[in-house]
Design a protein around this ligand. Structure first.
Ligand code: ZN
Length: 312
């Protein structure tokens, strides 16, 4: 059996106000809230998942909101820019839409031969909308205010800022099966052919760049997908043999996963596709109720009293 890393599973970022975050990603950006649950390490805080209609791996941005967390700052050893894939011809309309929220939304420009629009979310987290160089056959969610012709199709790529490209590249190429596709100045683009979409990692090298600080408005971790539990175990073994320290494999209801810090400093996760976000809600119901893992159900009343209100 040939086990492969099939691109990005999800990206997880930290926000402050949950209400503001929800409105930005669902109403302005048009993603679907596909899961409302709690942070497993801090059940008094939410964990929200945004994605496409069915919350497929490769379309998911998950958010850990803490109302009182201070701001983080960008630097080396972390993921700094999330890119979403959008339909060809939609960037002008996106620019108009996003400028109403953030006047500093950039002009369209070219990145690695693709059209890119730069923006940031209400917590200052940078993101890009990209028209991919090849057709993205995924269907974006258009059940909200964003029409189908503009709808975000899912994740396109993630950009990491590193002091030394070679260190992180060693994991990407040596273990994850990515190859160096393009280099432009201090930016290197790594791609895997094990997935059609969400299959790009960009490394931006800043040899003297200060180390970033992960808190509000920054990426918490980058999650890569594998198609089975067995593949997780295989990759965990391969990473252990590199001398990396890795968390135990854990069942987190929607997938099994483990974490490790890649040599460049960013937190990586490997996650299985199954069982997926529809394990405890139908496609129609996704995101409509607060879902708790069985071990926290006994605390439901208490948690519902602690969690900040989130109005739809
Ligand atoms: Zn994760």
């Amino acid at each position: 059996m040939n086990y492969r890393i099939a691109g990005l599973h999800h990206i997880t970022a930290i926000a402050t106000s949950v209400q503001r975050n929800y409105e930005f990603y669902t109403k302005l950006l048009g993603l679907r809230l596909v899961k409302k649950t709690v942070n497993m390490d801090d059940p008094g805080a939410y964990h929200l998942y945004y994605g496409n209609k069915t919350g497929d791996p490769g379309t998911i941005l998950s958010i850990l909101p803490w109302e009182n967390i201070g701001p983080g700052y960008e630097g080396t050893g972390m993921a700094t820019e999330i890119s979403f894939s959008v339909p060809p011809g939609s960037l002008e309309a996106w620019k108009e839409r996003l400028q109403q929220f953030n006047p500093r939304t950039g002009d369209k420009n070219e990145g690695f031969g693709e059209e890119v629009l730069h923006c940031s979310d209400p917590d200052g987290l940078k993101f890009n909308l990209v028209v991919p160089g090849r057709e993205d056959a995924r269907q974006g969610w258009h059940g909200g205010e964003v029409p189908e012709a503009m709808a975000v199709k899912g994740l396109h790529s993630i950009s990491l800022m590193v002091q030394d490209t070679a260190q992180t590249a060693q994991i990407l190429t040596g273990i994850f099966g990515y190859t160096l596709a393009q280099r432009k100045g201090n930016k290197s683009r790594f791609v895997t052919d094990a997935a059609m979409d969400a299959n790009i990692i960009d490394l931006v090298e800043m040899p003297d760049g200060p180390i970033g600080y992960v808190a509000g408005g920054t990426v918490h971790h980058v999650s890569f997908r594998v198609n089975s539990d067995e593949a997780l175990t295989i990759f965990r073994g391969r990473l252990l043999s590199q001398g990396l320290s890795i968390t135990p494999k854990t069942d987190v209801t929607y997938f099994s996963s483990f974490y490790f810090r890649e040599p460049g400093g960013a937190l990586f996760e490997l996650a299985s596709d199954k069982p997926g976000l529809t394990v405890d809600e139908t496609v129609e119901e996704l995101g409509s109720q607060l879902k708790l893992p069985a071990r926290l159900e006994y605390m439901r009343n208490r948690l519902e009293g602690i969690l900040p209100p989130l109005s739809r």
